[in-house]
Write a new protein. Structure first.
Length: 497
């Protein structure tokens, strides 16, 4: 792909989590507030319709009751004329706001005499008694109630027909209600709710932006820290505040950085150590090969020296790989092990390492959770170290014991004690580091690369709470002990008793 093609590649714009959270929050709130406003408007309109229907039914019922039981005050008899009935009834009524009470006569329903009309607070241009076509439509309708749709405004009406002779209606009482202003008030409430919702959305936008920013600040710090991380600088950490999920994320990220820093440090240490220790044997091998002549004896000696150096390189590489593997969680695989049997096996294997006075000292009884192969490897390495720093005839003791009790946090100690020159105090802190050896008091230096005690420490620390301890042997010498955080079963039973 050419540079010109790259210029036309669309760049995806990423929307930050802060913006996405805010947009979703606003969308949900907008839908919720719109639903509340719409539902409120619907409820108010239904309430208006219910009140209007009740008002119309009440007025129509009052007239029907008056028609059935009412008497003419002038004669004291039942009404015989529909006009007189309507006039007397309407004289006794008082219309509600936006309400019209009318009497319509069959002879001339298009006319609505003032004496047959009661109205109150009807807006100009809307009264039904001034609408001849509307009155005719209501009078001729077969229904007793309905809605009259007009350009000037809808009218809800109810009608009680008067038919004394049982034929066509002679007159009709009509109650009409103009719901326009009621609907306007509902619409005003709806607009107020919308305005309040808009203000609430604006406030939510501001508050949500600030709150989302504070909540997601550790996430941005994690992103920034991740972008700034390099193999050369893994020291940056995220400040942890609070105890919520974001704080847990920061703690997890910091723990990951700790592991990465340790892994990179181990990798650099491995490369540096390998390069440092392998450079010398490689130089020796190359030098001998370059100077090797045609003499068979010289060639045989050169091959012997080269083979010896290659064997040493192989041991160094194997030891370094073992130390690198010690960082893995499956480096040790604990299982139930009988301590007495393990101690005896180590003693049998170790006494073949050299002509020394080998002693099997105290032996711990019971069962413990540990990796028998790794512990055996560590103990044999300690025995080999003791052989390298003693001479034939000197004693080396191997043993195991329990320190403390279950209540006091009992521990197991497997140790190798020699009667050699011991370890100088200034060496005690460094002999467990890679490629570090003790000074002259520890005897002649062996052919090792200084990785044996580092391997022992790695095996010990691979177990739960494990460590290596160094102390002086009574009477002279050094004692190396692998201490594990475990308690034999017999001791647990004794504590229970």
């Amino acid at each position: 792909m050419s540079d010109s093609d790259l210029d036309h590649v669309p760049v995806r714009r990423r929307i930050s989590a802060r913006v996405r959270i805010l947009l979703w929050l606003l969308l949900v709130m907008a839908v919720a507030l719109a639903a509340v406003a719409t539902t409120t408007r619907s409820i108010l309109l239904r309430d208006v319709d219910s009140r209007v229907s009740g008002l119309l039914a009440q007025e129509a019922g009052e007239f029907a009751n008056f028609e059935e039981r009412g008497v003419d005050p002038a004669t004291g008899e039942r009404f015989t004329e529909p006009g007189r009935l309507l006039k007397v009834f309407l004289e006794r009524q008082y219309a509600d706001p936006d309400e019209e009470l009318m009497g319509l006569l069959a002879g001339n329903p298009d006319a609505a005499p003032a004496k047959l009309v009661q109205d109150r607070e009807i807006p100009a241009g809307l009264p039904l008694h001034q609408d001849e076509a509307g009155r005719r439509q209501i009078f001729d309708s077969a229904e007793s109630t309905g809605t009259l749709h007009r350009a000037a405004g809808d009218v809800r009406w109810a009608k009680v027909a008067i038919a004394r002779s049982g034929g066509d209606p002679e007159a009709a009482f009509v109650v009409a209600f103009h719901p326009g202003r009621e609907h306007d008030r509902v619409d005003e409430v709806f607009r107020i709710l919308l305005a309040i919702s808009g203000v609430a959305l604006l406030m939510t936008t501001g508050i949500g932006w600030v709150v989302a920013g504070r909540i997601l600040k550790p996430v941005r710090l994690v992103r920034t820290a991740a972008a700034q991380l390099t193999e050369q600088d893994l020291t940056r950490r995220i400040p942890v505040r609070g105890h919520d999920d974001i704080a847990a994320l920061a703690e997890t990220f910091n723990a990951m950085l700790d592991r990465l820093e340790g892994a990179f440090a181990a990798q650099r240490e491995f490369v540096d150590d390998a390069g440092h220790e392998l450079r010398t044997p490689i130089t020796i091998v190359r030098g001998h090969l370059e100077l090797m002549g045609d003499d068979p004896a010289e060639r045989e000696e050169t091959v012997r020296l080269v083979t010896d150096e290659l064997d040493r390189m192989s041991r160094i590489v194997e030891d370094l790989l073992l130390l690198a593997k010690a960082e893995r969680p499956d480096f040790v695989t604990p299982e139930p092990v009988q301590l007495a049997e393990l101690t005896a096996d180590v003693f049998v294997k170790a006494r073949t390492l050299g002509d020394r006075h080998w002693e099997l000292a105290e032996v711990a009884d019971g069962e413990a959770q540990l990796d028998p192969q790794r512990i055996t490897q560590a103990m044999v390495q300690l025995a080999q170290n003791a052989v390298q720093h003693t001479v034939p005839g000197q004693s080396i003791r191997i043993g195991s014991r329990v320190i403390g009790s279950r209540v006091a946090g009992g521990r197991i100690e497997l140790y190798v004690a020699d009667s050699g020159p011991g370890v100088q105090p200034q060496d005690a802190e460094v002999i467990f580091e890679r490629f570090r050896r003790g000074t002259s008091r520890r005897g002649t230096r062996g052919s090792g690369a200084g990785l044996g005690l580092s391997i022992v420490r790695a095996i010990a620390e691979g177990h739960r709470g494990g460590k290596v301890r160094l102390r002086q042997t009574p009477g002279g010498g050094a004692t190396f002990a692998v201490v594990l955080d475990s308690v034999p079963e017999p001791l647990l039973e004794a504590d229970r008793a």
